[in-house]
Design a protein. Structure first.
Length: 251
């Protein structure tokens, strides 16, 4: 691991969906780590692409396809597992959790916006017992990257994470109290693991759908996924370009 002062050399990009990942894989000319070279344990569906870009070594990991249903293993459990194992084996200097999110127009989010999350919390871990309640919510500040924000002109907002794409009235209440501008299905779990292993992590999230809008989330999400992924990938590319040659304390 690079010291705070040394240049960043290893970046781990954690992405939940293949559609979100593939443009980054091509952009950075990453190659899939073959199974015989894989450090991932047998049975794990996780996928790793890697390569060098400028002076950085990039590992991009995905939770992979669900063994039973064949869909991307979205959500907090899979994201935490692949992040944990990747940190321990790949020893990144910095994690970028890149993905799509729902946005709240009442908080200033529009479709296609790219946010850097200032804070993360969960909205579906309700434990109404003193202190366990706060553990459940798991609110934490993310690693502050003021220079990335300034240089790349990203929006900034709080991110709320849960294991559902839709939003129940209960979730809505907690999301409001989390003061969130965006809502995803992985961020807070990646942050939990990154903090556990003292690895700085940033959260780059592009808005595919408006949660407090008229249209049903799942429909709009699927309609916008490809187009918004292009905005996400552009933002992540610019973040990686910015990081190249810098140290953690320069971010
Ligand atoms: N990812 C994209 N849109 C989302 C939403 N509305 N909720 C959770 N995750 C999302």
């Amino acid at each position: 691991m690079a010291s705070e002062a040394g240049p960043i050399s290893k970046v781990l990009i954690v992405v939940a969906m293949q559609t979100e990942a593939m443009p980054l894989v091509s952009k950075f000319k990453l190659v899939e780590a073959p199974a015989h070279e894989s450090t991932f344990p047998k049975g794990a569906p996780w996928v790793r692409y890697h390569g060098n870009y400028k002076d950085l070594h990039i590992d991009l990991v995905l939770p992979g396809k669900d063994a039973v249903f064949g869909v991307d293993s979205v959500g907090t459990v899979s994201a935490a597992l692949v992040t944990s194992f990747s940190i321990q084996t790949l020893k990144p200097d910095l994690i970028i959790n890149a993905g799509t999110a729902g946005g709240f127009k009442a908080k200033g989010a529009s479709i296609g916006d790219v946010f850097l999350a200032s804070d993360v919390a969960f909205h579906d871990r309700r434990i109404p017992i003193p202190v366990f309640d706060m553990y459940g919510t798991g609110a934490r500040k993310t690693f502050a990257a003021p220079n990335i924000l300034k240089e790349l002109n990203l929006k900034v907002g709080k991110l709320s994470t849960g294991d559902s794409l839709d939003m129940s009235p209960h979730d809505e209440e907690v999301i409001l109290s989390n003061d969130a501008t965006i809502k995803d299905m992985e961020g807070a779990s990646v942050a939990y693991v990154a903090d556990m292993f003292s690895t700085p992590a940033i959260f780059v999230k592009a808005v595919t759908d408006i949660v407090d809008g008229e249209k049903p989330t799942s429909e709009v999400f699927l309609q916008n996924l490809i187009v918004v992924t292009a905005a996400l990938d552009l933002a992540v590319t610019r973040v990686v370009e910015f990081i190249s040659g810098k140290s953690i304390s320069d971010l």
